[in-house]
Design a protein around this ligand. Structure first.
Ligand SMILES: [Zn+2]
Length: 501
């Protein structure tokens, strides 16, 4: 995504996927209820013991604080070709909004990402219910028999059939089955954020991220051919073999989405950073590059844990895929494009490689831990991830390296001749060229201007406070401004006017 700088590469631990067991292991299958025929299922809440292990110890307090967050229980059965998936989902939803709800919204993203998802056997607290569909079948509206009062809960169950596109075409090929790698991005019915205007749903432009979700909890089982490896958001258990297949159980949250990749050609390298296991999965032929990727990811994780807040999970997975984007962020999981490991960007490759990995790691703080409307206020995660990458270079390689990254940011902005376009607009208001130049270039430079204006100490304290204040919540442009003003005891209106609005 952004150029310059060579990376320093050293060795890390190596193991083959097939023999790898993550350090902490999710409790055995028997403790996860099955989703099918779930009518007697107890109401699942985030304070279940199974959600403790996926978090590092200091972050487990979130479970009690978020006891009303949505819990998704999902089952994916992936076919032998890694293209078709049969699924079942039970959602335990409590109304955390400020008004009664008459219907629930679910996004069905595969229907606008080149694939197809079909829902059947939909029930609400065990009673069959008929939904209606909007936005090119990417929004399913489920009516409630009577309005769901604030604090009241409901259980929604359904089965689904999913077909995944076999080429990378729409939205960078986030959802695809290509070259023996299946990427299940936004592949299940998911409840979007609820705002003043109701369920937050729109048809997303091709250039940005597609989701805006509240943090939720996930219990997922994935059945895949025995010779494949599953990489997922959350903490994967060691797989259980069942005939020609293996079943992987995953627990995780709080998280804004669930992602999984299923691959027949991959090896994993692992390095522990404190309580966190960082696992990097790539094709066997890219062993050396995979180790380099792990090195960058662990360095970035340490840097951002120090600068912002501890990385919340016990595990971070990186996985190499044929995506058209250079990298894509998911909660606890990061996709990196194979072309970056294959060196397809020539002389500039190692700089793209390092900055992309650092940028995607930064999204674990800015997008996942601190949430935002990725479609309407993309600068809150993208510009901040770029600024974090800039800080990563300064902390790890010094001023010279930071200056080189700054040059790269300025070159990006130059793609629109340094036009003073606001950094705070929705994705849809920019052309593809402008989006890259302004949100990824000028946006990072804004944070430097903000630091200059506030003074370094006040700025550093503000960023830490920003992450603490909005952890597992939704940040907004106004929230950034008022918190920054509190820290500098100054009026930032003119600065925001010049850069953001
Ligand atoms: Zn990004």
């Amino acid at each position: 995504m952004k150029p310059l700088l060579a990376s320093l590469l050293t060795l890390s631990l190596f193991a083959a996927c097939s023999v790898f067991t993550p350090t902490p292991t999710v409790s055995p299958t028997s403790s996860i209820p099955t989703v099918v025929g779930d009518d007697d299922l107890d109401y699942l809440q985030p304070d279940l013991p199974i959600f403790r292990e996926p978090l590092i110890e200091s972050q487990r307090g979130a479970l009690a604080e978020m006891k009303d967050a949505t819990v998704y229980r999902i089952e994916f059965i992936v076919d032998d070709n890694l293209v078709n998936v049969e699924g079942a989902e039970t959602v335990f939803y409590t109304n955390q909004e400020s008004e009664p709800l008459e219907e629930l919204g679910f996004r069905l993203f595969p229907n606008i990402l080149g694939g197809e998802i079909e829902i059947r056997d939909l029930t609400m607290d065990g009673t069959p219910v008929s939904p209606r569909y909007e936005l090119a079948n990417s929004l399913m509206i489920v009516p409630l028999e009577s309005p769901l009062a604030v604090g009241e809960s409901v259980r929604v169950a359904m089965r689904f059939s999913l077909r995944v596109p076999t080429e990378v075409e729409l939205n960078y090929g986030v959802l695809a089955s290509v070259d023996g790698v299946l990427t299940l991005a936004h592949a299940y019915p998911v409840i979007p954020a609820y705002t003043d205007e109701g369920w937050n749903a729109e048809l997303p432009p091709q250039s940005g991220d597609v989701t805006f979700n509240d943090a939720a909890f996930y219990l997922v089982s994935i059945s895949a051919p025995k010779d494949a490896v599953v990489v997922a958001s959350g903490l994967e258990s060691a797989p259980a073999t069942a005939g020609p297949r293996k079943v992987w159980n995953v627990a995780g949250g709080p998280a804004r989405d669930f992602f999984a990749a299923v691959s027949r050609d991959c090896e994993v390298v692992t390095q522990n950073v404190g309580e966190v296991a960082v696992n990097s999965y790539a094709p066997k032929s890219l062993q050396k590059e995979n180790r380099a990727m792990l090195e960058v990811a662990t360095r970035a994780l340490e840097t951002f844990s120090e600068l912002y807040a501890p990385y919340p999970y016990a595990e971070l997975d990186l996985v190499v895929t044929p995506t058209l984007a250079l990298g894509i962020e998911y909660p606890g999981a990061i996709v990196i494009a194979d072309k970056l490991l294959l060196g397809e960007f020539g002389e500039k490759n190692s700089a793209y490689f390092e900055s992309t990995v650092a940028h995607e790691v930064a999204h674990q703080w800015f997008y996942n831990l601190v949430g935002n409307d990725q479609l309407d206020e993309p600068w809150l995660d993208e510009s901040l991830a770029q600024f974090a990458t800039w800080q990563y270079y300064r902390v790890n390689f010094g001023e010279g390296a930071a200056d080189e990254f700054e040059d790269a940011l300025r070159l990006r902005w130059e793609r629109v001749e340094g036009a003073p376009m606001p950094i705070g607009m929705p994705v849809a208001k920019y052309s593809g060229l402008e989006y890259g130049a302004i949100v990824y270039g000028r946006g990072a430079l804004f944070f430097d201007a903000l630091k200059e204006k506030m003074g370094e100490d006040a700025f550093d304290a503000f960023i830490k406070d920003y992450v603490a204040t909005f952890s597992w919540q939704i940040a907004t442009t106004e929230g950034v401004k008022s918190l920054a003003e509190k820290h500098c005891q100054c009026d930032l209106s003119a600065l925001f006017e010049e850069w953001v609005y």
